[in-house]
Ligand binder design. Structure first.
Ligand code: SAM
Length: 252
């Protein structure tokens, strides 16, 4: 997976959408002062920052398998316990947290049900497990226009629409398969302003995630064709992109 990239590249590519998503996921999970909360797949710390603002650093722990992201989250959030680990094998005792959250991570887990089961294991009884994934399957995620253009030019391009949890109801199925109770699903939405086409496009060339990896694998001519197809499909700049994510929560 292409998350062995610098935190700055991630911030420019995905952080611009995941930072405004974080307060919505925290609200959906009812994160409030006094709790201890785990951020699973923290990346360089978009959700971590929101949790620290609500709980203070001592109330927050975070894990991610990407070494540069672990280093960035440690540096950005002193006092937060940040460890290198995957959701499927969490380095915590049973019931260590009041809640466990995963923002934009379930679709990258090797085994999403095992990852969610681990999140439930480390959450106290009737504590909240919550996660969200962009609506890649429904075509309203922030990367959907990019993948639409890529598939027009290359019908074999593997977009993210088949990834776990990226369609309406998929997260609910995964949560129930992981044994979570009283599962509820909702749509979250973020609107992000882009001042120019270049502001939108340039982060796709930084190699972040599946879309960045796909772009990096194209030759210069193919990349220029893709860029121009995206330009045709987007509104004239400046424009605002509104993106939807599916979120689910359940009780451990
Ligand atoms: C799209 S980023 C989301 C980062 C952050 N939560 C945010 O909202 O900006 C996906 C993250 O999932 C992490 N990841 C990939 N596989 C994982 C796994 N099996 N368990 C936990 N995290 C994983 C990646 O390293 C990456 O940091």
């Amino acid at each position: 997976m292409t998350f062995a990239v610098g935190a700055d590249a991630y911030d420019r590519f995905m952080g611009r959408y995941s930072v405004p998503l974080a307060p919505q996921l925290a609200d959906f999970a009812s994160v409030a002062a006094g709790q201890r909360v785990l951020d699973v797949g923290c990346g360089p710390g978009a959700l971590t920052a929101e949790l620290v603002a609500r709980l203070g650093p001592a109330g927050v722990s975070a894990v991610d398998p990407s070494e540069p992201f672990v280093a960035a989250t440690r540096e950005r959030h002193p006092g937060v316990g940040v460890q290198r680990a995957a959701a499927e094998q969490l380095p915590f005792e049973d019931r260590a947290f009041d809640a466990a959250l995963a923002q934009l991570v379930v679709h990258f887990m090797t085994d999403p049900v095992a990852g969610l089961r681990e999140m439930a294991r480390v959450t106290r009884e009737r504590g909240v497990v919550a996660a969200c994934v962009w609506d890649h399957a429904g075509g309203t995620g922030p990367l959907s226009l990019f993948w639409e253009a890529a598939r027009e030019l290359d019908p074999e391009a593997e977009d993210e629409s088949k990834l776990a949890g990226s369609g309406e109801g998929h997260l609910t199925q995964l949560f129930e398969a992981a044994g979570l109770r009283e599962v509820e699903e909702a749509a979250l939405s973020v609107s992000v302003a882009h001042s120019s086409f270049e502001d939108w496009w340039e982060p796709y060339t930084l190699g972040v995630g599946p879309a960045g990896g796909y772009t990096a694998g194209l030759n210069a001519t193919e990349q220029a064709e893709l860029r121009e197809r995206c330009r045709d499909l987007l509104p004239t700049a400046p424009f605002v992109l509104t993106s939807r994510a599916w979120a689910a929560r359940g009780l451990a």
